[in-house]
Design a binder for this molecule. Structure first.
Ligand SMILES: C[S@@+](CC[C@H](N)C(=O)[O-])C[C@H]1O[C@@H](n2cnc3c(N)ncnc32)[C@H](O)[C@@H]1O
Length: 252
């Protein structure tokens, strides 16, 4: 039987397919290790028992970890972006740049489609990526360079704390898609920064919402409150993938 997770889900050069396969394999092997499972269990226990927030020790532990969005989630994200014709995308949490490659492929291909359709060269789009760890940002840039210009040419990486960098000049007026693949306390503040730019129909994906439900409480309460303008459902990928669409003014 054919694999349900395969390269046929995305349009990319053989070099990019090979790079993605290599990066996902490296990330998966880290995530499946006993030490990483133990780290997540300890984090959840510390939160439940002592309300311990994410801190510098956790950042230190994660500095050399991919924690990449799984391949099946990346593929559905790419297809959503292609279907929606998304041009301006924000990624909260870039790490070594794996999910960013899918976002950049989709945006680059959407730009090319729209240029062909409109017969104009003025159409543009980009992926705003965000990473606070300099060593992770450097490796992400290396991976994008390896992918080539079809990927690297579409990405603007904002280095530093995204609560600052996403408020800086040069943001697109309208955002079509937001990926929240970030430590859970950052999810709601990030959404609140980007919300004024969301177009009606913008898609927001947040990763691991069932696995980390208690840690996502504020975000999930917000997104489920009809007054805030989102329609939302959890897609049953591993760990849960919350998919929301910004549809203000449509009531309950
Ligand atoms: C789950 S990982 C992202 C994985 C990435 N989306 C992928 O699929 O390859 C989350 C990343 O967010 C970064 N991060 C955490 N807090 C941040 C902040 N305040 N500003 C920018 N980046 C942050 C972490 O350093 C980490 O690399």
């Amino acid at each position: 039987m054919a694999s349900l997770v395969g390269p046929s889900a995305i349009s990319a050069s053989p070099r990019v397919h090979a790079l993605l396969a290599r990066l996902h394999a490296a990330s998966e092997s880290q995530e499946k290790s006993l030490s990483q499972t133990w780290f997540y269990l300890k984090r959840l226990a510390a939160f439940y028992l002592f309300s311990t927030p994410w801190g510098t020790a956790a950042d230190d532990h994660m500095r050399d970890k991919f924690v990449a969005l799984e391949q099946d989630k990346c593929q559905v994200m790419y297809l959503l972006l292609r279907s929606a014709g998304a041009l301006n995308v924000v990624e909260a949490g870039t790490s070594f740049g794996v999910s960013t490659i899918y976002l950049a492929l989709a945006v680059g291909q959407n730009v090319a489609d729209q240029k062909a359709l409109l017969g104009r060269s003025v159409v543009s789009g980009r992926v705003i990526a965000t990473e606070k760890e300099p060593s992770k940002a450097a490796l992400a840039r290396k991976h994008w360079a390896e992918a080539g210009d079809e990927v690297a040419g579409v990405i603007e990486l904002r280095e530093g704390d995204l609560l600052e960098t996403l408020k800086m000049d040069g943001m697109p007026d309208v955002v079509d898609f937001l990926l929240l693949d970030i430590w859970t306390p950052m999810a709601l503040p990030t959404l609140q920064i980007i919300k004024p730019r969301l177009k009606k129909g913008a898609i927001i994906l947040a990763d691991n919402t069932s696995m980390a439900r208690p840690l996502y409480k504020e975000y999930l309460d917000y997104i489920h409150d009809a007054a805030n303008g989102f329609k939302t459902t959890e897609v049953p990928y591993s760990g849960g993938l919350q998919m929301s669409v910004y549809l203000p003014g449509e009531g309950i």
